[in-house]
Design a protein around this ligand. Structure first.
Ligand SMILES: C[S@@+](CC[C@H](N)C(=O)[O-])C[C@H]1O[C@@H](n2cnc3c(N)ncnc32)[C@H](O)[C@@H]1O
Length: 277
């Protein structure tokens, strides 16, 4: 196969395609990154050249190819209890407040990757229940969504190899919340049963998911344009219950994009609360 980097006009075409398909904005100088990632897909689908793969891709009739290209271009990097503070705030501040309302609690992990975020939320709920017996009487449902079918399927299976199970997880939590099955660590059923995973592109409509008390939307907005960030943040505001909480990645903020949220500081860190109308 031809090893030369993607041509300038095709790179521009691909940038527009990717932004329309999933919101990801590629910089001006990512020709080599794009070439190497797309080369794998070109080979997998046995196209004679990257150029021919690109032409089939932009015609838009091959759903499987589109999924593989998005998979190749997205970063699925994640870990257990990523950044620690969101899960501390959940246990110390948000769950006590929500538990007192005695209504079903719904939490959305909006770019859930291979499931570590959603399952960490479920583990935090179990830890809250254990240290506050009888306080949390309502059900907790955690919905994990991601654009990539591959990672959604991995999340649903809930099985992790030795390398991924240690990233962010103490041996105590591993032994408490997983069981060993052959060469995998599998999420315990009480942690899994609060969660469900489904494919969802954040550019599409998500009002069908229902209303949430808390949205975790972490380490994904950084890839999107300002217009896309504004649109997603405002639509997330519309599916949060009154006073609901938005938890973003450490380098992300709604400031400058929408006035729907106000900053809430807790001893462990910062989250965003939906403002009253
Ligand atoms: C870096 S991971 C973050 C995972 C997790 N939230 C965390 O903070 O550890 C970003 C995830 O966003 C997903 N993603 C990218 N674009 C998306 C879109 N338009 N809609 C939904 N998910 C998207 C990717 O597939 C990837 O799994």
């Amino acid at each position: 196969m031809d090893q030369s980097p993607i041509a300038v006009n095709e790179y521009d075409l691909f940038r527009r395609y990717l932004e329309d398909a999933c919101g990801i904005v590629l910089g001006e100088n990512k020709h080599y990154l794009v070439t190497s990632r797309l080369k794998r897909v070109t080979e997998e689908f046995s196209f004679p050249s990257l150029s021919e793969m690109m032409h089939t891709l932009v015609k838009g009739n091959d759903r499987h190819l589109r999924e593989k290209v998005i998979d190749a271009m997205t970063t699925n990097e994640t870990m257990w209890f990523r950044d620690v503070y969101p899960f501390e705030i959940l246990k110390k501040d948000l769950l006590p407040e929500l538990a007192a309302k005695k209504a079903p609690i719904r939490i959305w992990s909006a770019a859930s990757s291979t499931g570590q975020e959603a399952y960490s939320i479920s583990m935090a709920v179990s830890e809250f229940q254990q240290s506050n017996p009888g306080k949390l009487t309502s059900t907790v449902e955690i919905v994990g969504t991601d654009i990539s079918q591959t990672v959604v399927n991995q999340a649903k299976q809930g099985g992790y190899d030795e390398l991924s199970v240690v990233r962010g997880l103490s041996p105590e939590r591993r032994d408490k919340f997983f069981r060993k099955q052959d060469d995998k660590w599998v999420i315990a059923s009480d942690i899994m049963q609060r969660t469900r995973f489904t494919e969802l592109n954040l550019l599409n409509n998500y009002s069908l998911l229902g209303k949430f008390d808390i949205i975790f939307c972490r380490n994904v907005l950084i890839y999107f344009s300002s217009e896309m960030k504004k649109d997603i943040l405002e639509r997330m505001g519309q599916i949060l219950k009154p006073g609901g909480t938005l938890i973003l990645g450490g380098s992300e903020s709604p400031t400058g994009y929408t006035k729907a949220f106000g900053m809430q500081r807790y001893p462990d860190g910062v989250v965003y609360r939906l403002n009253d109308l």
